[in-house]
Every structure is written in structure tokens, then in C-alpha cells.
Design a protein. Structure first.
Length: 328
DNA sequence: ATTCTGACA
DNA sequence: TGTCAGCA
């Protein structure tokens, strides 16, 4: 546990700044993204999605960019796009056979190519400088300009992913990430407090903890799910939904407190790596809960086989409390 | 120990 | 999508 100079378990980056740095074998990528290794190979073979480099012996080596793309794919899948149709939606590297503008999807991909990367670089620089004023300035300039959900999915989460990967190996990585988490926390907490008072619907946010906790992946001070729940919570606040973030737990004790918290719905952010047994267990516990449950987030798909009838679009939940007062 | 391909349910 | 066999 001692965070000394022990670089032994850094299987992924034997040399901090060697040429092989930042390349990950398929198993590691599977853990990082929550996508099964077989699925990754299948995506590549059947759809030409995510073509990694290879070692001389043919083993796949995924770059940070590849991993970012996998996560981009997952975000499309979460939105209900079929895997066979995400190819054209991705930020294209090689010559696109047929650049078909599919309405807003293509428009967003366009923005993603031009505007976001520059912004991400500026954000990264602000982070590396511990420049809080600059960081908040950049955020101020863009929050409000776009719907927060778009900002979260197209900018903030990809940026955090990238930053996490880029910093791994740096001695000050933990300090930087802790600082960033603190900055974002205070920022969004302030909004949450205001929003919660006026919210008509109250939602309980819970990260599902795999019982076989797969330890911290890359030296993350803040667990990966914490970032995600912070951003999701911010988005919900922005949309006028009251949010209570309980952090990471398993479901066992939840029924004991539900009647006192009395939320309108439960939003669960699954983590990576559930065994089949765990999935069944979770399914049973979810079925026993007396309220609306939604699975959401990066790893929701890994649980979709478990209770697809509960996997509702977040937007559907929000539709009833949308601004404009359609109902209520 | 892990990953590879390809066939198959 | 996932599992299995048979290799490297």
C-alpha cells in the first residue's frame, strides 16, 4: 500500500517516458473501459472499429487515443445507437468512405473535431499550472453556452479521461488530480445547493460498488466513478432535479434508509467488472426496491443484460420535470 | 499467464 | 456477444 518508489505493478508503462509508454494490452483496456476483451476484438473484426497497434508477436497495443475512442463508442451506445452504426459518428482519422451528415450527430462530431480539443488543451494547461482562476474562467466561458449534458459528454468526461491517462506516471499526478477534484467539487456543489431547494423531483445518486473491488486502476486518488457521479449530479442540477449523491455502496443497506430519504427515483452508476453472480445478485436487489431505478453511465452497458427493463433513458426520467411545464 | 485466431452457439 | 479449442 505504501506509495513509495515501487513501480512494480505498473505493468502498463514499464518506462515512464520511453517509446512504449501509454500503450496498453487488451486486458488492461478491458478493465479501464469496462468493455470485454472479446467484444473489443469483435468490434475490430466485424466493424473495423478501433484498430490498435500490434506487438511483433501480434498482441494488440491500445494507445490513449484508442481508449478515448472506445469510450466515445460507449457513449454512443449508451444513447441507443447500434454498434453497427457508430463508425460514421466517430471523429475520423483515415479517409472517410462516405461522410454522411446525419443531422445533429454529424454536427456534434464536427464540433468535437474543431473546438473541443483546443479547449481541452487549455484546461490541461490550467491544471498543470494549478491555475484556479484560469480553470474556472474556461469553464465559465463554456458552461451555459452549451447544454451541460453536451458539455459533459463531449468535453468534460473525455478530458478527464485523457488527463487521467496522460498524468499517470507523473510524480505529481495525485496532487494534480486531487486539486482538480477539489476545484470541480466546490464549483458544482454550489450549484447543487441552489438547485436542490427548488427541485420538484428528488433523485438519489449511488455508485454501485462491485464486491470484488478491483482496486484503484491507474493511480487514481479519486475513484473513477467519483468524477462521473459529480458530473452527472451537476447535469441533473442544471436540469432542475434535486440530487443527493450518496457515493459508492452496495445495495444491501439501501432499503433501510429509503423511507427516510424518500427520493423520487434512484440513479445507479455501475462500476466495471461484475461477475455473473454479482449481476444476478444486483438484479434481485433492484427488483425488490420499491421505486424507479435507472442504470446510467459508462458501465451501465455491462449490466444491461441484467435488467434491461430498468435501463431507461435518463432523458425520459427528466421529461416529466423539464422546464416549460408540460405537466405537473 | 495472457493473448491470438477462428468456429460456433 | 460470448465461449471454446488449440497455438504461440
Amino acid at each position: 500500500m505504501q506509495p513509495t518508489i515501487d513501480a512494480k505493478n505498473q505493468t502498463t508503462q514499464a518506462t515512464a517516458d520511453g517509446d512504449s509508454a501509454g500503450l496498453y494490452p487488451i486486458g488492461e483496456v478491458s478493465r479501464l473501459t469496462g468493455v470485454n476483451a472479446v467484444t473489443l476484438r469483435a468490434w475490430q473484426r466485424r466493424f473495423g472499429l478501433v484498430i490498435p497497434k500490434r506487438t511483433p508477436k501480434g498482441h494488440r497495443l491500445y494507445s490513449a487515443a484508442d481508449i478515448a475512442q472506445i469510450r466515445e463508442i460507449c457513449r454512443w451506445l449508451e444513447r441507443g445507437v447500434a454498434i453497427s452504426k457508430v463508425k460514421p459518428l466517430l471523429a475520423p482519422g483515415p479517409a472517410q468512405t462516405s461522410a454522411l451528415p446525419q443531422g445533429q450527430a454529424a454536427a456534434q462530431a464536427q464540433i468535437a473535431q474543431t473546438e473541443w480539443p483546443a479547449l481541452m488543451q487549455q484546461l490541461t494547461q490550467a491544471l498543470l499550472d494549478f491555475n484556479a482562476a484560469r480553470l474556472h474562467g474556461l469553464l465559465d466561458a463554456n458552461i451555459g453556452l452549451y447544454p451541460f449534458g453536451l458539455l459533459r459528454q463531449q468535453l468534460l468526461q473525455p478530458w478527464l479521461d485523457e488527463v487521467g491517462l496522460r498524468l499517470s506516471g507523473r510524480l505529481d499526478a495525485k496532487l494534480l488530480l486531487s486539486w482538480l477534484y477539489d476545484q470541480l467539487s466546490v464549483r458544482f456543489a454550489a450549484r447543487r445547493l441552489g438547485a436542490n431547494k427548488q427541485a420538484r423531483k428528488h433523485l438519489l445518486l449511488l455508485r454501485l460498488l462491485p464486491s470484488a473491488a478491483p482496486a484503484a486502476a491507474i493511480g487514481d486518488v479519486v475513484s473513477e466513478g467519483a468524477w462521473e457521479s459529480m458530473l452527472v449530479g451537476a447535469e441533473l442540477s442544471e436540469l432542475g432535479v434535486g440530487v443527493t449523491d450518496l457515493g459508492a455502496h452496495d445495495l444491501a443497506a439501501l432499503p433501510l434508509v429509503l423511507d427516510r430519504l424518500s427520493p423520487d427515483a434512484l440513479l445507479l452508476l455501475p462500476g466495471p467488472g461484475y461477475s455473473a453472480g454479482e449481476r444476478a445478485n444486483i438484479a434481485a436487489q433492484l427488483a425488490a426496491l420499491p421505486l424507479e431505478c435507472h442504470l446510467y453511465g459508462r458501465f451501465a452497458l455491462t449490466l444491461s443484460g441484467l435488467a434491461p427493463w430498468r435501463l431507461t433513458e435518463l432523458s425520459a426520467l427528466l421529461a416529466s420535470s423539464e422546464t416549460g411545464g408540460a405537466d405537473e
